[in-house]
Ligand binder design. Structure first.
Ligand code: NAP
Ligand code: MG
Length: 479
């Protein structure tokens, strides 16, 4: 019998953030109006319009690339690594100082729970800047040379808006490149606050340029002839279009794309921890996580027990106001994403899988989806093959380690995987046989700037984080 506890609301105050009615583009160290139209960003938990944001057109992108080129040639590539590091350390410290403001703004614009933006996103963002600041004057020890590429065009998604920005901007700047970055259409606000932080840090104008907009703005960045490097995180579909767009040019490209990770639970696993790992794996950030453990592979002998415990735990997840410090699962990022999650879940049912959703009252305004699990899933089902990118778990069973490996690798993706077992030797042999860029053992969704992250197959190519993350922004040891 599960007891559902009542909690008094504990909302974080939004008074700390100052959202302006409208925002321009951040080009050459200043906010400018831009030539294009504008779009609205909303709070997905309430559907409240937060601000009107400029949409950069081709001419704006061209201006941003020119500013980045000037800053690259005249200032940034000439500066010593030690000098560049000072700016990066300064940015990292300001991010820490303004951490609460950034966390509240991220939760308002994205819908993620404040405890995640406060305890995960923003601390990891600062850690990324600190980490790459440390590399700026040591590039000759990187193994990839110390010659920057030039201007980097960077396009990022909405699931970790500021964290994806940090993954892109910190290594690029540390290596001596300048950047033009486009945040996602639904989550531009923390990138724009980051632009203010660049001003506060006295970063030379043009080193960082933030151009807001939708897919066309992204296309303009990627296809601009004076961009030397394209870094993209997003869907496999758009990633393939970008790979086609830059084919035949001498642009360097990294693509961080989708995933469909297997979270594999053996019968000797510590089950209490495994349940927490399954929950963290798929319900963290509403499941809007490229490396989410969206396929649970559970050993047949413990499947019933795991399902019973999992449902009991899911029934205690608190879904609701992202700014409430008690909230475990926040709002779905957009009406569009909610429609995709609903569609694939309905298909799951139509294909014959059994659906169970946690009993919870969902708010009437905003975009919400109850934590959901599907059992009786077969490998051919679309919910087992396609990325749902929402709080939806598909459960499959296995009998032997070989069967687990075969099922785990039976996917076009290869970003991450989880293994839960008491045996160290089994962890090692599984990790060697899983075709995934990251394998977590008896834990899940751990991010650290010192550790490289990236995929195999349709999950993309290139690595972000760690020493390996420098490779994408340097010419190579022979340059
Ligand atoms: P998306 O639709 O591919 O969008 C990603 C970014 O690309 C957005 O800024 C988007 O602009 C822009 N864009 C759209 N069309 C473009 C085009 N033709 N050329 C250039 N840019 C274009 O992906 P999403 O739905 O926002 O994000 C979810 C996906 O990201 C999931 O598949 C997830 O797995 C993946 N992801 C991967 C990682 C990783 O590290 N591997 C990390 C996080 C997320 P708009 O905002 O206007 O759409
Ligand atoms: Mg928004």
């Amino acid at each position: 019998m599960t007891t559902i506890f009542e909690y008094a609301p504990a909302p974080e105050s939004r008074a700390i953030v100052d959202i302006k009615p409208s925002y321009g583009l951040f080009i050459n160290g200043e906010f400018v109006d831009g030539h294009g139209s504008s779009f609205k960003t909303v709070n997905p938990a309430t559907e409240e319009v937060l601000a009107e944001v400029a949409e950069a057109d081709d001419a704006d992108v061209d201006e941003a690339v020119r500013a980045a080129r000037r800053a690259y040639t005249r200032v940034w590539s000439r500066m010593s690594g030690a000098e560049r590091a000072k700016y990066l350390y300064r940015i990292a410290r300001i991010i820490q100082e303004r951490g609460r403001e950034l966390a509240v703004l991220e939760s308002i614009d994205n819908g993620k729970p404040i405890k995640e933006s406060r305890d995960v996103d923003i601390p990891v963002v600062a850690a990324h800047f600190f980490y790459y600041a440390g590399w700026a004057d040591k590039l000759e020890h990187s193994g990839y040379g110390s010659t920057p590429l030039g201007v980097a065009g960077q396009v990022i998604p909405w699931n970790f808006p500021l964290l994806m920005l940090a993954w892109k901007i910190a290594p690029a700047l540390a290596c001596g490149n300048t950047v033009v970055l486009k945040p996602a259409e639904t989550t531009p606000l923390t990138a724009l606050l980051f632009a203010e932080i660049c001003q506060q840090a006295d970063l030379p104008p043009g080193v960082v340029n933030i151009v807001t907009g939708a897919g066309d703005t992204g296309r303009a960045i990627v296809s601009h002839p004076d961009v030397d490097k394209v870094a993209f995180t997003g869907s496999t579909e758009v990633g393939k279009a970008i790979a086609r767009a830059v084919a035949g040019t001498d642009k360097k490209v990294t693509l961080e794309l989708g995933g469909k990770a297997a979270n594999i639970v053996f019968d000797d696993a510590p089950l209490d921890q495994a349940i927490e790992g399954i929950v963290n794996g798929i319900f963290f950030n509403q499941g809007h996580v490229c490396c989410a453990g969206s396929r649970l592979l559970v050993q047949e002998s413990v499947a019933d027990e795991v399902m019973e415990r999992l449902k009991r735990r899911m029934a205690t997840l608190r879904v609701g106001d992202p700014l409430d410090k008690n909230t475990d699962v926040g709002a779905i990022n957009s009406a569009e994403q909610l429609a995709k999650i609903r569609e694939l879940s309905d298909i799951g049912e139509a294909e014959g899988a059994e659906r169970w959703s946690a009993p919870c009252d969902l708010p009437t305004n905003g975009y919400w989806f109850a934590p959901t699990v599907f059992t009786g899933v077969s490998q051919a089902h679309r919910i087992a093959r396609e990325e749902i990118f929402g709080p939806v778990l598909s459960v499959l069973t296995f009998r032997t380690p070989s069967e687990a490996i075969e099922k785990a690798n039976n996917t076009p993706f290869g970003l991450s995987a989880g293994v839960w077992t008491d045996k160290g030797s089994r962890i090692l042999s599984m990790a060697n046989r899983l075709r995934a860029g990251v394998v977590w053992a008896n834990t899940f969704n751990k991010f650290d700037p010192t550790s490289p992250f990236g995929g195999y197959k349709e999950s993309g190519y290139g690595r972000e984080g760690g020493r390996h993350g420098l490779e994408a922004y340097l010419k190579g040891a022979d340059a």
